[in-house]
Ligand binder design. Structure first.
Ligand code: PDD
Length: 285
């Protein structure tokens, strides 16, 4: 596997960074996960826009223009074999003497990018759906920043795994649903798709945006608003989205069936539209 580190391409075994890197010491950095289909980065402009939002959120200058990033990304895709890849892009505030405050003057940021084969969910999972649990959302108030400091998300995801489930759906203030530990969540009720608002309490998912655009262009009733806990438990369907999982049905929640306990009509429609959209985007590119 060939990776990119600070301007150079190399085998992952040769990649080294300082133990004083602020990413290692403080989790002081941001990241992106970008799917690649047929060797083309999916929704690259949107991913780079979200990267800029994350960098602004942590007051770190963007080390490259969008064109600069695009060149690096295309080079990394070319140097890796898989047709479908997922790119992990990671920027930290760099290596400096340990001090919580930013290094002054600033030091060079650390830039790391790797590519792995993209394995989208297998057919069995599309047919069965996944099981989830709920848990209090105990993260900070800037969940809109795609920060590499993911310990809360790590612990929340592990809760699901320990319960024999795939994902944890997060409930803020015992009142409303925000997202999953590493995914966005939609509720379906009476044929309408409900999505939580893109505020500071959730990551503005790129897949989330695609799904809402598909709903809009295909006349699927939808609404973006806060979703109460009771609506999550009373849902006809629950859907999960992310760059690596695309669109999945959640068919069990906290040990009980969601709706009929099988992936529903909204899932089938949106999953098919998403696959078509991927193909159309790739054809147009
Ligand atoms: N995670 N919310 C959180 C907290 C996430 O970590 C992710 C993605 C999403 C979905 O965003 P998108 O549709 O842009 O992938 C929502 C990635 C896949 C990860 O950390 O591996």
């Amino acid at each position: 596997m060939t990776i990119y580190l600070n301007g150079q391409y190399m085998p992952i075994e040769e990649a080294k960074i300082s133990v004083l890197d602020r990413g290692f010491i403080f989790g002081d950095g941001v990241y992106e996960v970008i799917p690649v289909y047929s060797r083309k980065a999916f929704r690259l402009a949107e991913h780079l826009r979200r990267l800029q939002h994350s960098l602004d959120g942590i007051k770190l200058a963007n080390p490259h223009s969008d064109n600069g990033w695009t060149d690096i990304i295309n080079e990394l895709i070319a140097r890796n074999a898989a047709q479908d890849q997922y790119l992990y892009l990671h920027i930290t505030r760099g290596a400096a003497k340990r001090d919580h405050a930013f290094p002054n003057p600033p030091v060079k940021p650390t830039l790391f990018m790797m590519s792995n084969p993209l394995l989208t969910p297998p057919a069995e999972l599309l047919h069965s759906g996944i099981a989830c649990i709920t848990a209090p959302d105990n993260r900070w108030l800037r969940c809109d920043i795609k920060a590499i400091a993911l310990l809360p998300n790590v612990l929340l995801r592990q809760m699901a795994i320990d319960a024999g489930c795939a994902e944890t759906i997060l409930i803020r203030d015992e009142a409303f649903m925000t997202e999953g530990a590493a995914s966005n969540i939609f509720v379906v009720k009476n044929g309408k798709l409900l999505a939580p608002p893109k505020d500071n309490l959730m990551l503005p998912g790129i897949t989330y945006d695609v799904v809402l655009e598909l709903a809009a262009t295909n006349g699927i009733p939808h609404e973006v608003r806060r979703i109460a806990v009771a609506e999550v438990f009373g849902a006809d369907e629950l859907l999960l989205t992310s760059s690596t999982k695309e669109v999945l049905a959640i068919t069990r929640l906290d040990g009980k069936p969601v709706g009929t306990g099988k992936p529903g009509a909204m899932f089938a429609r949106l999953h098919a539209l998403y696959q078509d959209f991927k193909r159309d985007v790739m054809r147009a590119a």
